[in-house]
Design a protein around this ligand. Sequence first.
Ligand code: OGA
Ligand code: NI
Length: 374
Amino acid sequence: MASVEELCLSKLTIDAVEILVEKGITSIPEKFIRPPEERFTSPTPSEDVEEQVPVIDLQGLNCCEGSIEREKVLKQLAYACENWGFFQIVNHGIPESLMEAMMNVGKAFFALSVEEKQAYAALPGLIMQGYGSKYIAREGATRDWRDYIYLLLQPHSIRDYDYWPSDPSDFREVVHNYSEEALKLAKRLMGAFSLNLGLPQNYLETFIVQPYQNMLINYYPPCPEPELTAGFYAHSDIGMATLLLQETGSKALQIRKNDKWVPVVAASGALLVNVADQVEIISNGRYKSIEHRVVADKEKPRISIPVFCDAAPHAIIKPAPELLESRKNDEAAKVEEMKENPNYSTIVFKNHEIAFYTDGANSKKYVQSYMVQA
Ligand code: OGA
Ligand code: NI
């Protein structure tokens, strides 16, 4: 006989967008419709090469300290972080076969029937692991045209394997392996960011207390009226950095650059990286966490798999004191007593995370609220 918990769980149903598509609706329900000022007007993809997100080959980062190859990659990363907040990386160390396997298990999970996926339905509440569709808790928040499964991955102690699908049969193994590789890569990137900010290589890693890693597998079903809604409304990511896996050639993700929305064209074998809110704060605004959004598509479903590489929920996030000190090696800052003021107040990461999931995706508004008025 089923236990009480099993009976409760079996009653959990998520309000999947996919069900609407299966029903063959031709107009979308009210709760997905954005007011006119929030709708996406289609951007004209820029012909200008300057306007494409940089693609960086990380190979040279493995070269020895001080080598020309390594310095070149560090410079490219610094440029991308300062000017874009987004970049694609190739030769990043995650084997292409593992990326492919990760995408395949994501697709295989979403190919299950909604009833089968419901077995992993997230419990109601904030920041819950599992299969879901509505991630903003606020009553009446406009819904995104997106279903997902959300999993906590690192440290291992936060994993709840009840929410890890056993179908496809290699789901757990692939997600585990991908998580380990993504953690290694995130640490290398944090090392490079630290050096580029003029800090010791392990600075950001130490600052964050311990890595807190989670994953979304986003499923964007085709949408009969894409112009009225959003796949994922404009937001900035809340943690340290995000590594996003998507299919080569996808153009659904757009980033805000100089008040224009620039589509990112997914390069072959690449992962898309973006600086997130914690790095913006710790770097005292030298690196900005850039807003991005996903357009809904009339014809094609899309899967994207971001891994969020964040600081522990209890981490205290504030501008790095070392960056505020007068920089002795910086010619321009040689003037005695020239200290930088903190541009952000101190926050506990957990509160930022709760605010994001309580009220809405536009996390930039929270970061702005932490800014210290000059
Ligand atoms: C996210 C996100 C982009 C995408 O999950 O935070 O921005 O392409 N996803 O799905
Ligand atoms: Ni995002």
